[in-house]
Ligand binder design. Structure first.
Ligand code: ADP
Ligand code: MG
Length: 698
């Protein structure tokens, strides 16, 4: 009988965790590292040397031969360069070494990472700096050291540095608010995130026959299968054996890396699933989500499957998102978005809530752009994901409380009882709202906010940098005002009432998928940035540059570079998709249609010769011929549009817009004709696997 291993025995077995450090490091070194982890204090080199050496010995025991500084460049995927631990000793032998200097700082050549024009190639080197708050781990015989990545002149080139910075400013500003409420115990406030990850699984055998899936991650052609998601029989449905085996294997691999994979279930679309981890500190959650996505793909291959993380792999069924559950907690054990049980706790919660209402309203375009990408454009506003309009759902109970606050009347949840805000402890706070509004992009869910716009393939960093920064800005304004008040409670009440009055337009508790909401939002003056090209350029609006610079999260130059990288990525993605469509339609689809038409024509000739009626075949051949001609035209148009992009290269924004308005539109026309053709052709003559093959055979 094989021994069953307990999860608790192998959880985090490949992580250089606090427990491992406590066991292996001298007491004073361990203490110094913990100090660094908690308060960001720099490690001195002697301490770093001991840590590095211990880390190396531990990693070698785990089979590691190399180490890598693992970082998150602007490509959206993680990057790593592996160095072996070996040092020659001059006698044809080597010893295995790893110094504190090597642990703390690496120097990869940065010239091939997107920098949005920040760097000339002669100063191409960048450096990576250890992020000791995120644990090192061993994977594939390599010691991974989570790091931040900067250019030599100090410009930020990655997604982690601004995230760490934004967490720090939330800490500073939130502590000011806690002090105002008389809290002297808390010394640290941390932002937390639990990202729910959606994905599709398809059979590798079919995937390998689809150039579009291989090159772009989504199907660029494909008529809808006879069945879609209309029966809603997949959501939370029984998990098929092959998928269940995959999920089990995946959990195990994630647990070994100390990732708290917790919930797994089938999603709405056929072949779609979700994995949710238990939440943790933002930067760790971000590292873990990157790792999770990588491991999801790897483990799938072992099962003859391919994991698709694209936001919209299939037209006609739901795409995949990533819900970013966000909260803030203090090290005296409070979740600061928990409404609490005493009047004072209620008031503190309402202060943070109002700050979030204001932040979301004032900086809505930033939140919107944090979820903008070519892939996610297919989801937002398509009645499967929130609209592109940013609004907030707070639920009926909280709405009642805010209404009472604004009007100055007591809160009256039911007929026989009233509560005075700030005096009585408020009842019935939605600890876990059952009537969750799934159509809202930004929903309060009991003790956290759930941002539902993010795409499944996105890094969660950008969203959280923005969320943290806009929140820090508003609470810093609150603290400025309240700290100088002579009567705290009166000043607080006035501030909250004013905030609700000025920003309640962003709260919407109704159906976010409805057309009425789009009209209503416009009346309220809420921005509706429909696509990536509408959203991204707002990064450098004066108003936003001001807060990023104020808190030293990004400089104006860095924001401009990010804008450029994102827009460039947008049109490049569409260009690759267009080229792939052209390739597939010219080499596979058009020839298949011609060949099949020829066959019918031969049948017509044979039938006519034999004196048999060929009306049906003639009609069919004419129909096919007409669709094939349209296909030829659609191919020609897309070709021309793509070539004409050359005339729009003056600005990145102009080029991105051209791709959106011309190339993308031509792609949709080409697809429509090809899908019509697919429905008119016999399975045997259709050159690529169908939606039924892809969605219903795993
Ligand atoms: P649902 O699918 O209903 O939205 P899930 O249980 O799948 O809910 O996911 C909820 C996510 O929210 C989980 O990842 C969970 O860990 C996370 N979460 C819970 N509390 C917090 C918190 N305080 N901060 C951040 N995330 C949280
Ligand atoms: Mg959710």
């Amino acid at each position: 009988m094989s021994e069953v291993q307990k999860v608790s025995d192998y959880f985090a077995c490949n992580v250089f965790s606090d427990t491992v450090m406590k066991e292996r490091l001298p007491k004073n070194v361990y203490k110094a590292v913990m100090q660094t982890k908690k308060f960001g204090t720099a490690l001195d080199i002697d301490v770093a040397n001991v840590v590095a050496n211990t880390m190396k010995d531990w990693a070698i025991e785990k089979g590691a031969t190399h180490y890598t500084h693992w970082f998150h460049p602007m490509t959206g995927v993680t990057a790593e360069k592996h160095d072996a631990f070996i040092t020659p000793t001059g006698d044809d032998k080597v010893i295995l070494e790893f110094s504190g200097k090597e642990l703390i700082k690496g120097e990869p050549d940065a010239s091939s990472f997107p920098s949005g024009g920040l760097r000339a190639t002669f100063e191409a080197r960048g450096y990576t700096a250890w992020d000791p708050t995120s644990n090192a781990f061993v994977k594939d015989d390599t010691l991974y050291i989570p790091t931040a990545f900067c250019s030599y002149t100090g410009e930020i080139l990655d997604k982690k540095t601004p995230l760490l910075r934004s967490m720090e400013i939330v800490n500073e500003q939130a502590l000011r608010i806690l002090r105002l409420f008389g809290n002297t115990k808390a010394t640290r406030v941390t932002t937390t995130v639990g990202p729910e990850q959606e994905y599709f699984l398809v059979d590798k055998k079919y995937y390998d026959q689809r150039e579009d899936l291989m090159l772009t991650g989504r199907t660029l052609f494909g008529a809808m299968a006879p069945k879609g998601q209309e029966l809603e029989d997949h959501y939370f449905g029984n998990i098929k054996q092959r998928v269940s085996d995959y999920m089990k294997d995946l959990d195990c691999e994630l647990w070994k890396l100390g990732i708290y994979a917790k919930t797994k279930h089938n999603e709405v679309a056929p072949a779609q699933h979700e994995l949710a981890p238990i939440f943790t500190t933002s930067n760790i959650a971000s590292d873990h989500n990157q790792l999770t996505m990588e491991i999801m793909k790897k483990v799938a291959l072992k099962h003859g499957l391919v994991c698709l993380l694209h936001e919209k792999p299939f037209a006609g069924v739901n795409g995949s998102g990533k819900h970013n559950n966000w909260s803030i907690s203090s090290n005296d054990g409070q979740n600061l978005l928990d409404p609490g049980e005493t009047p004072m706790e209620n008031l503190q919660f309402l202060t943070f809530l109002c700050a979030i209402v204001k932040a979301v309203d004032e900086y809505a375009p930033l939140l919107r752009l944090s979820a903008a990408s070519a892939g996610n454009d297919h989801r937002l506003g398509a009645n499967e994901a929130p609209p592109a309009i940013i609004s907030m759902f707070i639920g009926d109970e909280l709405q009642g409380v805010l209404d009472a606050l604004e009007s100055g009347n007591p809160y009256k949840p039911n007929e026989d009882k009233t509560f005075e805000i700030g005096v009585d402890a408020l009842p019935n706070f939605p600890k876990d709202t059952t009537d969750r509004n799934r159509t809202s992009p930004f929903a309060f869910t009991g003790n956290k906010f759930e941002f539902r716009m993010l795409g499944s393939a996105d890094s969660i960093s950008c969203t959280n940098v923005i969320m943290n920064t806009i929140f820090a800005e508003v609470i810093s304004e609150f603290a400025d005002e309240l700290e100088k008040a002579s009567d705290f409670k009166t000043a607080l009440n006035a501030l909250l009432v004013k905030t609700v009055k000025e920003h309640k337009r962003v709260i919407f508790n109704g159906n976010g998928y409805s057309d009425e909401w789009i009209a209503e939002a416009e009346k309220r003056g809420l921005p509706n940035l429909v696509s990536t090209v509408d959203a991204i350029p707002h990064y450098t609006d004066e108003k936003y540059v001001r807060i990023f610079e104020k808190f030293k999260v990004y400089t104006k130059t860095e924001l401009a570079s990010r804008t450029e990288i994102l827009l460039e990525n947008y049109y490049k993605v569409i260009n690759i998709e267009a080229l792939t469509m052209l390739d597939m339609s010219k080499k596979l689809i058009l020839p298949a249609a011609i060949e099949y038409t020829k066959l019918i024509c031969e049948t017509i000739v044979a039938k006519n010769t034999a004196g048999i009626d060929s009306t049906l075949e003639t009609k069919l051949a004419n129909e096919l011929s007409a669709i094939t001609s349209s296909l030829g035209l659609a191919i020609k148009t897309l070709d021309e549009k793509r070539i004409a992009s050359k005339e729009h290269e003056d600005t990145v924004e102009g080029l991105a817009r051209y791709y959106r308005e011309e190339v993308f539109v031509a792609m949709q026309s080409l697809r429509a004709v090809a899908d019509e053709l697919e429905m008119a052709m016999p399975a045997k003559y259709w050159p690529i696997p169908t939606y039924t093959d892809l969605l219903f055979t795993v």
